[in-house]
Structure formats: structure tokens, C-alpha cells
Design a protein around this ligand. Structure first.
Ligand code: PMV
Length: 324
């Protein structure tokens, strides 16, 4: 068995988070200059498989991981998707090393990116590289461990590494971005649990569906309008749609004072629109900017407490340029 490695990008949701769990569309794009990498090397003389993830202080034998651990599920799932019936302990020993520059618990898909990179690297190591469809399905199984009822948007956009228009349970639609546009991503520095915010929205919806359903439906309209704006080459008209999407997320109760402060700061510095992105409660927000304004918006976001900012150009291809 030969050494293998695989990388997967981060992602950011442009429109439609939370409502997507209830059947509405959402738009997400890969963010390719933050990445997770999985490298697998056969261990000469070793007697068992090891996993090293120095970034999170993990150094363990695979068999010591609980069966429900995401990495265990990813590895065992890959084995069975490759049609290998032996248990993991019978595979010649290897060392899996994971590195990631994707912020953890920030809504940039770090968990899904690690899963995709591990599944690809391990299936290649087993001489049975899996097609994207199977990688995506396996990564979705792992996502379920991170948050009970994931829509599947994270694993999909990260597996295919292209802008995705996502409707739960529907075939994947990637789409083109004829006119590139610039967004700034800023991190509140407040760790957020998607499982908690998704659970809170569910409780709110169960308690009062007549209040939540119209919000979800309006988000769906915003997402469709956003896709049209992007595809027709008018991305700068996305600003007001971002603002409206943020207001709807505030009503659902998933924004936070820190997110609102960054959203206001971006708008105040000339962003065309801004919203929280992902699970909310903390994590990231995004702002649409004209490229020449990016620096000013980044500065305003830092002054308003952002712990990390990424300015990135969104376009169809898999490669993006880190601007600032
Ligand atoms: O926090 P993130 O970026 O992983 O996104 C969660 C998106 C939600 O719509 C809130 C949940 C989901 O599973 O789609």
C-alpha cells in the first residue's frame, strides 16, 4: 500500500441556512484557501493503525477511538463502501495524519472537510478510490454525528468543491458565477454549536409553526432571487437580499449581539449587504463588498471585534484567490 493524501476546502453558506433544514433551497460556495488535509502512510513495523491530528491534540490508536467517533465512522464506512469485509484491525497498519487550516466550530465546514479528505485518502490507500457520490454519502453519515439533522449542504459543497444550489433530498445542482464578486468573511471568535442553534429553531418551529413557516418560505424566495442575481451576472444586487436574509435569521433567534455588531460594522464601512453565515449564535458573518472596498470593510470588522477575516473572490472555478 502506497502513501496517499487528499485535501478538501472549507465552505461558506451565502444564503438559506436553517430554512434549508425545512426544505428550502440554500446556496453555499467552497472557500479554497482554507483546507483540511489527510495523509495516510503505511507504518513499517507498527502493529496497529494510528491517527494523529496535532491541531486538536489527537494521537490515538484507531481501535481506542469510540465506534461512534466521527473518524472511526469515516474509516469504517470507507472500508465497507470499498467492499472490504475485514475489520479495520486486519488492514495493514497505517498512520493517518490530519491537518486543517479551517477554523473549528465557525461555520466553515471543518468537520465535513476532514471527513471528505479522510474518506478520499483512505479509499485511495485501499486502492479503491470512491466516486464523489459515495464520498458525499459517507461524509453525510459523519455529519449526522456532529449535528443530528444536518441538511447535507456542508458535505455536498465540500465534496464537489463548486458553488452549490442545495435543496434537501434533491439532486445536487452546481451553478456558474459568470461575474465574480467579493465577500469578506469575519469570525466573531465566539464558538457556536450548530446542533444547538438547529435544535433551538426546531423547538421554536414546533411551538409555533405558523410563525416560523412564513420566515422559512421567505428565505426560500430570497435564495431563488439570489441565484438569479448571481447567474444573470448581477452579483452586486445581492446586498439587499443578504440584509433581508439576516433579518429573517434574527427573527428565528439565531443571531447574536456579536454577529449583529459585525454585520452593522460591515454595512457602516460600505458593504453592500451583510448577514450571519451558518448555524449562527456565534461563528462567522459575511459581507458583500466591491473589491476596492474590501480593505476598508476588513478594517471596520477588525475594529468591531472580528478575530479573523478572509476576503475572497467567488467564481465558478475551484480555485479562489485570497485577497487580504
Ligand atoms: O454552521 P454550518 O455552516 O455548518 O451550517 C449549518 C447550516 C444549517 O442550515 C444551520 C444546518 C444544516 O444542516 O443545514
Amino acid at each position: 500500500m502506497l502513501p496517499t493524501s487528499s485535501t478538501a476546502p472549507g465552505k461558506i453558506i451565502l444564503f438559506g441556512e436553517h430554512a434549508v433544514v425545512y426544505g428550502q433551497p440554500a446556496i453555499a460556495v467552497p472557500v479554497t484557501h482554507v483546507r483540511a488535509e489527510a495523509r495516510i502512510e503505511p507504518t513499517r513495523g507498527g502493529d496497529s493503525a494510528r491517527i494523529l491530528a496535532p491541531g486538536v491534540g489527537l494521537d490515538t490508536r484507531v481501535e481506542d477511538l469510540p465506534l461512534s467517533h466521527p473518524l472511526s465512522v469515516a474509516l469504517r464506512g470507507t472500508l465497507s463502501a470499498c467492499g472490504i469485509t475485514e475489520p479495520l484491525s486486519d488492514i495493514p497498519p497505517f498512520t493517518l495524519t490530519i491537518h486543517s487550516t479551517i477554523p473549528v466550530a465557525g461555520g466553515m465546514g471543518s468537520g465535513a472537510a476532514v471527513s471528505v479528505a479522510v474518506i478520499r485518502a483512505f479509499s485511495t490507500f485501499l486502492n479503491h478510490p470512491l466516486p464523489d457520490e459515495q464520498v458525499n454519502a459517507l461524509a453525510y453519515e459523519v455529519e449526522k454525528l456532529h449535528h443530528g439533522t444536518p441538511s447535507g449542504i456542508d458535505n455536498t459543497v465540500i465534496t464537489y468543491a463548486r458553488p452549490v444550489y442545495f435543496v434537501r433530498g434533491h439532486p445536487i445542482e452546481t451553478f456558474t458565477v459568470p461575474t465574480p464578486f467579493t465577500i469578506v468573511i469575519a469570525d466573531t471568535g465566539v464558538p457556536s454549536s450548530t446542533a444547538i442553534t438547529v435544535g433551538n429553531v426546531r423547538k421554536g418551529w414546533q411551538a409555533d409553526p405558523d410563525r416560523f413557516n412564513p420566515w422559512f418560505e421567505r428565505v426560500g424566495e430570497v435564495v431563488r432571487a439570489a441565484r438569479h442575481a448571481i447567474e444573470s451576472g448581477a452579483p452586486l444586487t445581492l446586498g439587499p437580499l443578504m440584509d433581508e436574509n439576516h433579518a429573517l435569521l434574527q427573527q428565528m433567534g439565531v443571531s447574536s449581539p456579536e454577529l449583529d455588531r459585525l454585520v452593522d460594522a460591515a454595512r457602516g464601512a460600505g458593504a453592500l449587504g451583510a448577514k450571519l453565515s451558518g448555524g449562527g449564535g456565534g461563528g462567522n458573518m459575511i459581507a458583500l463588498v466591491e473589491a476596492e472596498c474590501a480593505e476598508k470593510v476588513v478594517e471596520a470588522l477588525r475594529n468591531a471585534g472580528a478575530v479573523r477575516t478572509i476576503a475572497t473572490e467567488i467564481y465558478s472555478s475551484q480555485s479562489q484567490i485570497a485577497l487580504l
